[in-house]
Structures are given as structure tokens and as C-alpha cells.
Design a protein around this ligand. Structure first.
Ligand code: FES
Length: 135
């Protein structure tokens, strides 16, 4: 478990605001790099929902064959958590109506979703994953 974080349930990580977290959590942060989780927090082939007041929305971090991706956690079709979806071939399948999204681009690859989900670039340092917020 990450210092300064609170696990609500499996597959979900809720972070305190940066100013309330451990000082060690804050070292690599800048105004654009937001710590989201450790690499070890996301099992291969799984997603992890990240909720943080430092993020513009709930984000899903995915681990696929040693690569990590981040997207909006909410499906573009309706209210479903993509972090709870099935991950295969760098795509996630929504658990509600089974639309598939490309984890790299966020593009909807199958109906009923017609719109992409937002993707976020990640930086990994010392096993820690940071989401880069673009201005
Ligand atoms: S809510 Fe995701 S496909 Fe409908």
C-alpha cells in the first residue's frame, strides 16, 4: 500500500490532496506531474481507479505486459468504470455494455460507444507512476 493513500476497495485507490500526503510522495511532483500510484499497485492485465483532488476526474491506470496507460475512468457511453473492465490486446472492454477502447489513443473500437475517452501521458520514476497534466 502506498504511504498516504487509502484503499477503499480492491481496484480503487483514493489519494489525499498532495499537501496532506507524505513528504516522500511530494518530492517528484511539479505543477504538471501528479503521483497516481506505484507500479506494484496495478496487476498485469488489470486497471486501477484513481481518485484524487489533484486530478480533473477519476482516472483509470492500466497495466498491459509491462506497459502502463491512463484514461478517463468513466466510459464515454454511460456511467461505467473502465477500471473494472476486461483488458486484452491494449484495449479495455467496458463492463456495462462491452464497448472497447484503445488504451493508447482512447478511441472507441466498438459500439455502443461512439466517442473516445481521454488519455493521459504517464511518467514512471523509481516504480512510481505520475500522470502528466497538459496545460
Ligand atoms: S457504459 Fe460503457 S459501453 Fe455502455
Amino acid at each position: 500500500m502506498t504511504a498516504g493513500s487509502e484503499s477503499v476497495s480492491t481496484g480503487r485507490l483514493v489519494l489525499a490532496p498532495a499537501r496532506e500526503r507524505d513528504a516522500a510522495d511530494m518530492v517528484p511532483q511539479s505543477s504538471q506531474l501528479i503521483y497516481v500510484c506505484d507500479m506494484a499497485d496495478v496487476a498485469d492485465g488489470e486497471g486501477l481507479r484513481i481518485e484524487s483532488p489533484d486530478l480533473p476526474e477519476a482516472v483509470a491506470v492500466f497495466h498491459v505486459d509491462g506497459k502502463y496507460f491512463a484514461t478517463s475512468d468513466t466510459c464515454s457511453h454511460a456511467e461505467a468504470s473502465l477500471s473494472e473492465g476486461f483488458v486484452e490486446n491494449c484495449q479495455v472492454e467496458c463492463p456495462l455494455h462491452f464497448a472497447r477502447f484503445d488504451l493508447g489513443t482512447g478511441k472507441a473500437r466498438s459500439l455502443p460507444a461512439m466517442f473516445p475517452v481521454k488519455t493521459y501521458p504517464l511518467s514512471i520514476t523509481g516504480g512510481r507512476i505520475f500522470l502528466r497534466l497538459e496545460d
